[in-house]
Design a protein around this ligand. Structure first.
Ligand code: AMP
Ligand code: MG
Length: 408
């Protein structure tokens, strides 16, 4: 079967996740202290006004505007200072013909309608000499001037960041309804995988589980990991069923390894007869892929080579997971950068090469060889260079598209 284009498999994985979660992910109420990076599921309306009382925008003197109407450097106005109002304090009403010394954020006393900045005065504490007139309302932050009671202050679908959490803290909102995080079960396969100390030569540590768990968490999901499973079909199926039951509900299963054309392709052998489609995607790395559902749960099967596994996650799984979450920016941001050296690319395959992007210079250097086993090189990269399927060579100095792996 001819390899399918990348976009087709992307669509397949996205549809699979949507179909597996027909009513969306649902929502949960959590404390705002845990809500950074979560997507708001219902709007937050302000339970109180912001600011909640008229307060001073400057250090200075609260006055009646009409009492200082004629003030100027040549004809200053002197007023008795009847009270001192630090931030956090409240004093009585201001009598006509007097001033209250007031600090930024302190409540403007009733009777006062303006604040004159300390810079326009002599700073007196018994009496104050005021050298400038100020209109009513000057330097007064009126109650509700930022947020009115009942106003929608954060819309549903907003990604909660510092500004949103700050506004909620100011309003005394301590809990929010957010989209539930997708629960992702990770199953690495390979009879060569072993724990420390590695017992025999020929065995390796399971890097995909740690890597994909980090990728899932970074995409906004919750990763559930089991120990890897050997290349044994009955053992794989048992482990999968047991994990699905033990960690229910699972929104997505991601397997790694066992999907290519060799012998002992455990994932393919186990899942191809059970509703998961396997085939080739016109991409390098990450040509063998699988997607479907097992016992009603969406399953995405990634190749085992670590670079292929992570690149496949970036291309197929990450955007679909984030779309499911209602994330406002499901895809990595892309940019154009100038290639620093010549690159070749196989005809008919979209290539995603690791790169190092000099953001200031606008240049990108291929980072490491094209092969899919070079995880150490991937660890030094900060972007993917995206070469279209039909492009077979790019010269140094030509523009290429890069995916920013540091943002998003
Ligand atoms: P496979 O897709 O199962 O044929 O694996 C391809 C290559 O990736 C082999 O060299 C495997 O040893 C390696 N590999 C597979 N799974 C993992 C894993 N979880 N951690 C590290 N390497 C792996
Ligand atoms: Mg394997």
């Amino acid at each position: 079967m001819a390899p399918v284009p990348v976009v087709e498999h992307q669509r397949r994985v996205a549809l699979l996740l949507d179909a597996g979660n027909p009513t969306g992910l649902g929502a949960e109420r959590i404390g705002t202290g845990d809500a950074l990076g979560r997507v708001l599921a219902e709007p937050v309306t302000a339970p109180e006004a912001l600011p909640s009382f008229d307060n001073s925008a400057m250090d200075g003197y609260a006055v009646r505007a009409r009492d200082i109407a004629g003030a100027s450097p040549d004809s200053p106005v002197d007023l008795p200072v009847a009270a001192d109002i630090p931030a956090g304090a409240a004093r009585g009403a201001l009598e006509p013909g007097t001033a209250h010394r007031i600090m930024t954020g302190a409540p403007v006393p009733t009777g006062a309608d303006a604040v004159v900045e300390v810079e326009e005065t002599d700073g007196g504490t018994e009496r104050v000499r005021i050298r400038a007139a100020r209109a009513a309302g000057s330097f007064v932050r009126a109650a509700g001037s930022d947020v009115a009671v009942g106003q929608e202050v954060v819309a549903a679908g907003t990604l909660l960041g510092a500004a949103q959490l700050g506004a909620l803290a100011a309003l005394g909102v301590r809990e929010v309804l957010v989209r539930r995080r997708p629960r992702v079960l990770l199953v690495s396969t390979g009879s060569e995988l072993a724990a420390d100390p590695l017992p025999e030569s020929g065995q390796i540590r399971d890097s995909n589980s740690a890597m994909l768990a980090a990728a899932v968490a970074d995409a906004g999901g919750e990763a559930l990991r089991r120990r890897w499973v050997a290349d044994d079909v009955p053992a794989f199926l048992d482990s999968l069923e047991e994990s699905l039951a033990a960690h229910a509900p699972i929104d997505l299963v991601i397997t790694s390894g066992g999907v290519s054309a060799g012998a002992y392709e455990v994932v393919k052998e186990a899942l191809a007869p059970r509703g998961v489609a396997f085939g080739k995607v016109a991409m390098q790395p990450g040509m063998p892929q699988g997607a479907g559902s097992f016992a009603g749960t969406p399953v995405v099967c990634l190749p085992g080579n670590p670079v292929s596994a992570l690149t496949s996650f970036e291309v197929f799984v990450r955007p679909a997971l984030r779309r499911l979450l209602g994330h406002p920016v499901p895809d990595r941001p892309t940019a154009t950068a100038t290639l620093t050296e010549d690159l070749v690319s196989p005809d008919g395959k979209r290539q995603l090469r690791r790169g190092r992007w000099d953001r200031a210079a606008g240049t990108v250097a291929p980072w490491g060889p094209p092969g899919s086993g070079f995880l150490g090189w991937f660890a030094g990269a900060d972007c993917l260079i995206d070469l279209p399927a039909e492009q077979t060579a790019v010269r140094a100095g030509e523009p290429v598209t890069v995916w920013d792996l540091l943002i998003g």
